[in-house]
Design a protein around this ligand. Sequence first.
Ligand SMILES: Cc1ncc(COP(=O)(O)O)c(C=O)c1O
Length: 403
Amino acid sequence: MQALDVKYMVLPDARSDFPFFRDNQRIYLDSSSTSLKPASVISAITDFYLHAGSNVGRSNHQYAQLSTQLFESSRNKLACFLGCSADEVIFTANCTDSINLLAHALALGKGDHVVVSPLEHHSNLLPWLSRCRVTVARLDQNGCIDLDHLDSLLAADPARLVAVCHASNVTGNVQPVRQICQIARARGALSLLDAAQTVGHIPVNVGQIDCDFLALSGHKMFGPSGIGALYMRRDLQASMHSYRYGGGMVNKVEQGDVSYQSGPGRFEAGTPNIEGAIGLGAAVDYINGLGGQWVQDHDEDLERYFLSQIQSVRNIEIAFPVGPQHLPIFPLVAVGKVDIGFVSRILSDRYDIALSSGYQCNQPLYRNSGINGALRVSMHLYNSREDIDTLVMALTDLQDLLA
Ligand SMILES: Cc1ncc(COP(=O)(O)O)c(C=O)c1O
């Protein structure tokens, strides 16, 4: 009990890192949609505009050199953070873009087979559905991918790729990704992790997980929007098809003779989101500065507290099982037929509580469970037990409406 109180004491510091909360009592419970940005990320972007401001990898003047150095140093920071080499990190626009890049790079056709899980965000479903045959591995009673079923699926019907989320953006359940990647490899399939929800919450080390590809979005890990990354194992890169063609990706072009760069450059044609990448580098610095364990302890404290307090609210339930490893993400459903979009609007207008309502780009999961969307509470390090108290108080006020 004392340990929980100690963690609680630390919280105001994290909140004060985020200018969004300056001089107000806002309650932001929509971090799975996008995280807020600490002051250090905002100033890294402003500083780039003020002091460097130039394109990368193209010109030789001092400002272009500085831009290139800042941009590549962000790639290095992200690579160290993920436990890979800088030449395995391709900058993209977001997690969706990373997955689409991969779908293209693999040159999948109608005859190819990809295995996903029922938990996939549309971003890790539609790129496969639009190209090839997709099958879905079952979940176990904890809401985690059933490893035996995955193995038997792959044994009966070999696949090019197993593409699954590291943690669900609806249920919050963290998946047994190391075992999933092992099973995929043993059955001759490549593995992609959609780590949009986990990076920034729990350690994500591609070497330890042993995945072949990993996709993430900067804006969900305290960075700006418009920047993401795809980790692509180095030895697989040469066999991958380029996604776009244009400036910045070649060594030499002559009539009919093009020599492409090796490494990330081949997949990053055109001027990249330079300020976005620099902001993402600053976000990595911010997370490293907090210490991974602090974030995890804080998440666990919020989860335990939320689970203990939400029980007191009548006419509301958590829509899916909470598994053994879980992020502070909870989809709530009303027992009655009230429009949850309406409830979220009341929470916003009357209590200044921001959360998501609807399907969270995960319609198959909801529809197959007969659930018409949920109010999703998703927390991060700037949230506190007081935020949970206020949410519980507001839902208690509304409990008759939820019946
Ligand atoms: C698990 C998961 N995958 C992919 C995405 C797509 O992220 P983005 O819209 O940043 O590309 C999201 C966004 O919510 C997500 O939660």
